[in-house]
Design a protein around this ligand. Structure first.
Ligand code: AMP
Length: 185
């Protein structure tokens, strides 16, 4: 079944382990490895994403390092479309373009290959961005800007979870449409 009932959402949320004080004190880390290791949960989630996106005519799925690679690549294969990695600086081997963004203290950066969206001859290819989780929304907003800078159009940003109390979804919505499978209060 690909439409998610409230019971399905609770089941998926319960399949994700929470680790207190990782990677630093005060953070409750949402560990999706337990979802990935649960074939029923992973399939339920992916079937739902396939149902949502199969009619949208997506040219590329862009995944944010590193958990966005897992869901993004799996979904791209299921939708018979293309996958593009968005990575931290110094990881991609060919020429890149990048986008900096602010953190609480300091700056971070995301990068993409300059020719990431040149596999097909379309002037503005449609891209779905995917990552596991929205916290402040800074990483995803920078990734949307990067996709647009690379000559494509980010039609939606998709997440497995949204930490609603941080309101990062509102920040991302200034640049693209946002869909989150699970809301964490
Ligand atoms: P942000 O840019 O603040 O929205 O942070 C989003 C990125 O940080 C995503 O790639 C998440 O995987 C990671 N992240 C932030 N907070 C958490 C958390 N509590 N649990 C797991 N991952 C997190």
């Amino acid at each position: 079944m690909s439409h998610l009932s409230d019971a399905d959402k609770i089941y998926l949320l319960n399949s994700i382990r929470e680790i207190e004080d990782f990677p630093k004190p005060g953070i409750k880390f949402k560990d999706i490895t337990t979802l990935l290791g649960n074939a029923e949960a992973f399939t339920l989630l992916m079937d739902h994403l396939v149902e949502r996106y199969s009619a949208m005519d997506i040219d590329y799925i862009a995944g944010i390092e590193s958990r966005g690679f897992i869901f993004g690549a799996a979904l791209a294969s299921r939708l018979k479309t293309r996958f593009v990695p968005i990575r931290k600086p110094g990881k991609l081997p060919y020429t890149t373009i990048s986008e900096k963004y602010s953190l609480e203290y300091g700056v971070d950066e995301v990068c993409i290959h300059i020719d990431a969206f040149s596999a097909i001859n379309t002037s503005k290819p449609k891209v779905l961005l995917i990552d596991d989780l929205i916290a402040t929304g800074g990483t995803a907003t920078a990734a949307v800007n990067l996709i647009n800078k690379a000559g494509a159009e980010c039609i939606e940003a998709c997440f497995i979870m949204n930490l609603t109390f941080l309101q990062g979804d509102l920040y991302i919505k200034k640049t693209t449409s946002v869909y989150s499978v699970l809301e964490v209060f």
